[in-house]
Write a protein that binds this ligand. Structure first.
Ligand code: R1P
Ligand code: URA
Length: 285
């Protein structure tokens, strides 16, 4: 008999749903699209043939339905890897923990989780309106200081640590090869920097001067094994790392809405996001 997880660690609501996501196992499909913005959930589910289930709690809004006969879930996470940690742990618990006995199920189940996010480009030749898939992501947040060490190559993480003179080691994880290979070639492939904030942690200056000078220029000039760093956002490395530790297949797609070298923001950002959503549903549903 596996360990019984205390009620204070795996918390259920009065209706038996999991604490933050407010979902029961039967409300979740094995293919899950995630978005940051709660308003983006209906931008995805409007393409479903039917929506059978809707729930929302805090920033976690979920719609589950069918598209071309395939069952699919879309849900929002809000911003940041702290929310991703909650999302991934609770999604994993919905499929791999028996919520009645509070014990881990003997047979592990994997989800396919595809993030549909917005992002800022560090590269001149990656303009606003581009679509990009994160092949590798480097997290400069401290989430992975609290979990088992990630297996696999950490060369990008070390390079970023040296470049930004960070006092802690960032972490690096990759997209699922199986999901990646299905994607058409009009998606640029990139190395994504997942930052613990939008302004100084991505080198932006409003009133406060970031401690790190020329941050995006320094990162944009890095090269490793023929790859360069391409874009900033705030979740992907957390997804890839948690997915690797929990054995779920992960992919992060990015609509490039800002270009840092040119100082431009995409005037048609909503259309760019819609193009990414339609492309993803076509490939994975
Ligand atoms: O558009 P979403 O998915 O929220 O993603 C990006 O946008 C937010 C910042 O504006 C961050 O969450 C960042 O990762
Ligand atoms: O520059 C950007 C644009 C969207 N999201 C980010 O985190 N950064």
């Amino acid at each position: 008999m596996s360990r019984q997880i205390p009620e204070s660690e795996l918390i259920l609501n009065a209706d038996g749903s999991i604490y933050h996501l407010h979902l029961k196992p039967e409300n979740l499909a094995t293919l899950v699209f995630t978005v940051g913005d709660p308003d983006r959930v209906s931008m995805v589910s409007k393409y479903f043939d039917q929506v059978d289930f809707k729930v929302s709690k805090r920033e976690f809004v979920t719609h589950t339905g069918r598209i071309r006969g395939k069952r699919v879930t879309v849900m929002s996470t809000g911003m940041g890897t702290d929310n991703v940690e909650i999302l991934m742990t609770e999604l994993d618990s919905l499929v791999n923990v028996d919520l009645k006995t509070h014990t881990v199920k003997p047979k592990e189940k994997s989800l396919e989780i595809i993030r549909l996010g917005t992002s800022g480009s560090m590269q001149t030749d990656l303009p606003v309106g581009s679509l990009l898939v994160s092949e590798i992501a480097v997290g400069v947040d401290t989430l992975m200081q609290f979990y088992p060490k990630l297996e696999g190559n950490q060369d990008w993480a070390k390079l970023v640590q040296d470049t930004l003179d960070l006092t802690f080691l960032p972490y690096q994880a990759s997209a699922s090869k199986k999901l990646l290979e299905k994607l058409p070639s009009d998606f640029h492939r990139g190395v994504t920097l997942t930052a613990p904030g939008f302004y100084a942690p991505q080198g932006r200056e409003i009133r406060l001067k970031p401690k790190m000078e020329n941050m995006f220029e320094r990162l944009a000039n890095l090269e490793l094994a023929g790859l360069r760093m391409t874009n900033f956002e705030m979740e992907t490395a957390g997804y890839y790392a948690m997915g690797q530790l929990l054995n779920h297949r992960m992919l992060s797609l990015n609509a490039i809405v800002a270009n840092r070298p040119s100082g431009e923001f995409d005037k048609e950002a909503e259309k760019t996001v819609d193009r990414m959503i339609r492309a993803a549903l076509k490939v994975y549903c």
